[in-house]
Design a binder for this molecule. Structure first.
Ligand code: UD1
Length: 417
């Protein structure tokens, strides 16, 4: 837990990097295995800390989980425990995605709620309202979300905001409900489509994933399957921004360029050349980046998870950028660390105004979440001297072999402690 990364600024990233499966997909795919008795296999699984944490959650519910060589195999028993109230759950937020499958399969669930999250308030009201519409009785009790139903019955649900987690939980409960569920104003993220694809292979009847309305015809039973996780667009996007920030050239493999349209368009606006390639793309920038404005929005808008990378780019760009955060209010805490590295940034509510400087100034800094951690490493690449990024376990939660990949691209970075 006390490890840090020492990043020496100034290197130009040049080379090729391959991205593994998406963290935000694989954790939900693992949760989906709860819906069918038998052994399901998920491939292209990233080598990140959150995967064994999720495996602990599933094991606590009665599953047997094996993880090896990018494959996760989950054997789900006929009788599941419906209570995820052990320490593993409180360690990471994504464990909440077992709520929908447990309600679908067991008609009851007790899922301990994780503690406060550094990126801001993350309530579960929409998850609960959706499950309630399907006939469940939901309550928060002793630090856990508790659901009970005699039977789940298909219903019409309208989300107040296209929440990724609520869309996934309601979808995973509705696949085993009686009758038809229509969920409106759903999240359209590629990870939702990936989950719907896997559920479809398991025998679920889902249409509309990737659009704003998902329709689900409930079925009686699902079967186990084998499914390949889509590539991680956030890791791919991080490499794209690292290339531009260091005025380098990076060929990214393993992620779909069309999942990063908004992020790559912004990079092109900053002066980068983005070239589609088979199985990925290349980003190159030879000059100082130009200032660009960013507004985070649900997909297909600019992703909040790449906001720290956008802020870092703006901090060294030529000109003045405005960045607006619409998804997680506390994500701007990252700016405090950037300011300690000499960034000229001011926050007004959910807007940040940034005047780019030629370079940042190295400093000891602290990662507060996965993406902020990666953003600070990028800031270190654009700073003079040696930046020490602390609390790097956050980065290990979402970025497989981050340091070796950076080193292979020419960065000066080492893990210490
Ligand atoms: C997921 C991603 C996260 C990403 C986020 C937005 C995973 C494991 N995490 O998080 O990396 O940044 O999508 O793209 O996939 N909200 C409510 N009530 C609810 C649910 C959400 O008010 O019941 C709010 C949240 O506080 C937040 C917004 O809705 O302001 C978006 O949250 P949501 O899309 O649910 O994010 P997560 O699924 O938690």
């Amino acid at each position: 837990m006390s490890e840090c990364f020492r990043v020496t600024g100034g290197a130009r990233l040049d080379g090729e990097v391959t991205v593994e499966g998406a963290k935000n997909s694989v954790l939900k795919l693992m949760a989906a295995t709860l819906l069918a008795e038998g052994t399901s296999v998920i491939t292209n699984c990233p080598d990140i800390l959150d995967v064994p944490l999720m495996a602990d959650v599933l094991t606590g519910l009665g599953c047997t989980v094996e993880i090896a060589d990018g494959r996760v195999s989950v054997t789900t028993p006929a009788e599941l425990s419906s209570a995820a109230d052990f320490p593993a759950v409180s360690r990471f937020r994504a464990s909440v995605c077992v709520l929908g499958p447990l309600m679908g399969r067991c008609h009851r669930a007790t899922v301990a709620l994780p503690g406060g999250d550094a990126i801001g308030s993350r309530p579960l009201d929409m998850h609960q309202a959706g499950l309630q519409a399907l006939g469940a009785r939901m309550r928060i009790e002793h630090g856990a979300v508790v659901g009970e139903a005699d039977q789940l019955i298909g219903a019409s649900v309208v989300l107040e905001f296209p929440s990724v987690g609520a869309t996934e939980n309601i979808m995973m409960a509705a696949v085993l409900a009686k009758g038809t569920t229509v969920i409106d104003n759903v999240a359209r993220e590629p990870e939702i489509v990936d989950l719907a694809d896997m559920l479809g292979q398991m025998g679920a009847k889902i249409s509309g994933a990737g659009t704003s309305t998902i329709t689900i015809e409930g079925v009686d039973v699902l079967r186990p399957t084998e499914h390949r996780t889509i590539g991680d667009r956030m890791v791919a996007g991080t490499w794209a921004y690292a290339a531009a920030l260091t005025r380098g050239r990076v060929r990214v493999r393993g992620a779909a360029m069309q999942h990063l349209t908004a992020s790559l368009e912004r990079l092109a606006g900053a002066g980068a050349t983005v070239t589609p390639q088979e199985d990925g793309f290349t980003v190159q920038l030879d000059e100082r980046p130009r200032a660009v404005d960013f507004i985070t929005l649900p997909y297909p808008g600019f992703p909040t998870d790449l906001q720290p990378m956008a802020l870092t780019l703006a901090a060294v760009a030529d000109g003045h950028s405005m960045i607006t955060e619409n998804v997680f209010e506390a994500r701007f805490r990252f700016i405090d660390e950037l300011v300690r590295m000499g960034a000229d940034a001011r926050i007004d509510g959910h807007h940040a105004s940034i005047r780019g400087r030629q370079t940042l100034s190295s400093a000891p800094v602290w990662a507060t979440d996965i993406r902020a951690g990666a953003g600070l490493v990028l800031a270190g690449l654009a700073a003079d001297g040696v930046t020490e990024v602390n609390e790097v376990w956050h980065i290990d939660r979402g970025y497989p072999h981050f340091v070796p990949d950076m080193v292979a691209l020419g960065a000066e970075i080492e893990r210490v402690g």
